[in-house]
Design a protein. Structure first.
Length: 217
């Protein structure tokens, strides 16, 4: 995944829109991308490293749902806005229709967990993806794999429900990988895994849980 251009923008609405000032005066902020050093100054004196990723990667949802908005993420993935899904990671997505109908977009040069003002460092990206059909894996929710971590995910209009889903999916993963009982896996998740708010602004909120592969011996 590479930056296609050297500029980006950040809007301002999101989780606490009153922090953006009066609606009539809200503007998007242009952000220069230093492609040589892979950094961006997002505010005066605030310089962040760039970790480009596609905010939206998903497949067609279950036909029973009919036409759905592309804004809220769900079991079909979609607008996950998960900043961990950078180059070199794998995203496992349940497939609901023949051919999957993959979509990819919403380029981000970098983002904080939560994406609290509705947008990240929004920009154009170029990427190369390898698609593999894994008929040996059965999933209820998307799952991520980085070189160092496993990631489970949950989304819902309720932050509590999304959190419980991410935790339950981590429990399932630990049972699969290590043969633990449900209770053992739940306790291990509490002691070893980290819970993150993925995003708060896409209709459905997102939560993901991460555990280091080095812990699973």
């Amino acid at each position: 995944i590479t930056l296609a251009i050297d500029y980006a923008y950040n809007g301002c609405r999101g989780f606490i829109p009153e922090l953006c000032g009066p609606p009539q005066s809200r503007v998007s902020t242009l952000v220069h991308l230093d492609r040589q050093h892979m950094t961006a100054e997002v505010a005066p004196g605030v310089v962040v490293p760039l970790r480009p990723f596609f905010g939206s990667i998903g497949v067609a949802p279950a036909p029973a749902l009919g036409r759905v908005s592309s804004n809220p993420p769900s079991r079909h993935a979609g607008n996950l806005d998960n900043k961990e899904l950078v180059a070199g990671t794998t995203l496992y997505i349940p497939v609901f229709v023949k051919g999957a109908l993959l979509e990819v977009g919403d380029g981000h040069a970098a983002q904080g967990d939560g994406e609290v003002d509705q947008t990240a460092i929004e920009t154009n990206l170029r990427g190369r993806l390898q698609l593999v059909v894994r008929k040996d894996i059965k999933l209820d929710w998307p799952r991520g794999e980085t070189p160092t971590h496993w990631i489970t995910m949950g989304t819902d209009t309720s932050l509590v429900v999304a959190t419980k889903t991410a935790i339950r999916e981590m429990v399932k993963l630990l049972q699969e990988k290590k043969g633990l009982t449900e209770t053992q896996a739940y306790q291990a998740a509490s002691m070893a895994a980290d819970l993150h708010i993925t995003e708060l602004v896409d209709g459905n909120v997102g939560v993901h849980m991460m555990i280091a592969k080095s812990y699973l011996r």
